[in-house]
Design a protein around this ligand. Structure first.
Ligand SMILES: [Zn+2]
Length: 353
């Protein structure tokens, strides 16, 4: 079968591999109907992360059709169209009982697809523990809306979950995750949402999803702006969904003393440190909290997000700027995400399968 795989660092291509065989009684084999390339796929190919398995099949964003299920699978059958979350926790690990879903048993254990196991960019792929990890695409929910829930929505909303009614929220970055953090913050009842970014294609969507203002690094000093316009107090919550290594310390600088929260959703690539400034952290005594988050996964999470989409709370498919037909277009789609021209937010590839 065809699969889009990492050949070696800086090189990915469509290769021929053996079809996967069902390896567990709780698992299923699926074929992707719609897929999207994520910035983390770009990082897997072009980044400096840890050594990956040879010919690792990429991809973790898919809406798929079930082909075959293991004998203990209760709720899914061949032919079902399902949303596959990018994070598929190992619900059989005892660490789950501590509420540790994403790192149960091992660091990043939920981040399997396209990382430690073959990803979704293949004619067939396997998902483990499907009764706990897949969600049926509800009637009336488009492929695009379902596809965006797999990663962008759940990750952005993970940042927004700490927002309280009336909070002043800063969202640093208006790529897809930033846009969904804005949307989530708005749905959580934020008061003021300051979105930070300059990508033209994203600005109208940032407003549509709930930003009260969109400001750009290019036009002003963001920290100064946030402090000045909050009477020197700073924001209640700063969500990091973009920027560079400096951004982490900026976030500490612009969040409130006592109750302020910094929630990071950004992947910090390369070596070195994310610095916490001594002064604005109150020399370590400011009462500011830092959360480092990976988007949540699992079936119930997906079902909740899909319910919101179905009942028209928001429409994440508006972020899809490029639609391709035919699996082979996963190759140009990866390039598009790598070069991040001014017109792209997310892609959708209809595989034709
Ligand atoms: Zn991703």
């Amino acid at each position: 079968m065809e699969a889009f795989a990492l050949i070696k660092r800086n090189e990915a291509d469509i290769i021929k591999v053996e079809e996967p065989k069902l390896s567990g009684i709780y698992n299923a084999i699926l074929t992707p109907v719609a897929i999207s390339v994520c910035t983390s796929d770009v990082n897997t190919v072009y980044g400096s992360g840890s050594k990956k398995p040879d010919n690792l099949i990429l991809g973790h964003e898919a809406v798929a059709r079930v082909l075959e299920v293991g004998e203990k699978v209760k709720d899914f059958k061949s032919g079902d169209i399902v949303v596959v979350p990018s994070m598929t926790p190992d619900f059989h690990d005892k660490d789950i009982q501590d509420g540790n879903f994403l790192h149960a048993g091992a660091n990043f254990s939920a981040n399997t697809l396209g990382r430690s196991t073959p990803g979704v960019f293949a004619r067939e792929f396997e998902v483990a523990n499907v009764d706990l990890n897949l969600a049926i695409l509800p009637e009336g929910v488009s492929l695009g809306n379902g596809l965006m829930c797999t990663d962008m929505v759940t990750t952005g909303f993970t940042g927004a979950e700490r927002v309280n009614f009336g909070d002043t929220v800063v969202v640093l970055g208006i790529g897809a995750v930033g846009l969904m953090a804005i949307c989530g913050a708005s749905l959580r009842g934020a008061g003021r949402i300051i979105a930070v970014g300059s990508r033209e294609v994203s600005i109208p969507l940032a407003y549509e999803y709930g930003a009260s203002e969109v400001i750009s690094y290019k036009e002003c000093d963001i920290t100064e702006y946030v402090l000045k316009t909050t009477g020197g107090k700073g924001a209640d919550i700063v969500i990091i969904a973009g920027g560079n290594d400096r951004t982490f310390s900026d976030a500490i600088d612009m969040v409130r003393y006592g109750v302020g929260k910094v929630v990071n959703l950004k992947l910090f690539t390369g070596d070195g440190s994310m610095e916490i400034p001594k002064f604005s952290s109150g020399r370590g005594m400011s009462g500011k909290s830092v959360y480092m988050e990976l988007g949540k996964g699992g079936r119930v999470r997906m079902e909740r997000l899909l319910s919101m989409v179905k009942h028209k709370r928001f429409a994440p498919e508006k972020m899809i700027t490029h639609i391709f037909e035919g699996f082979e277009n996963v190759v140009p789609a990866l390039e598009l995400m790598k070069d991040k021209g001014n017109t792209v937010i997310k892609t959708m590839i209809l595989t034709g399968w």
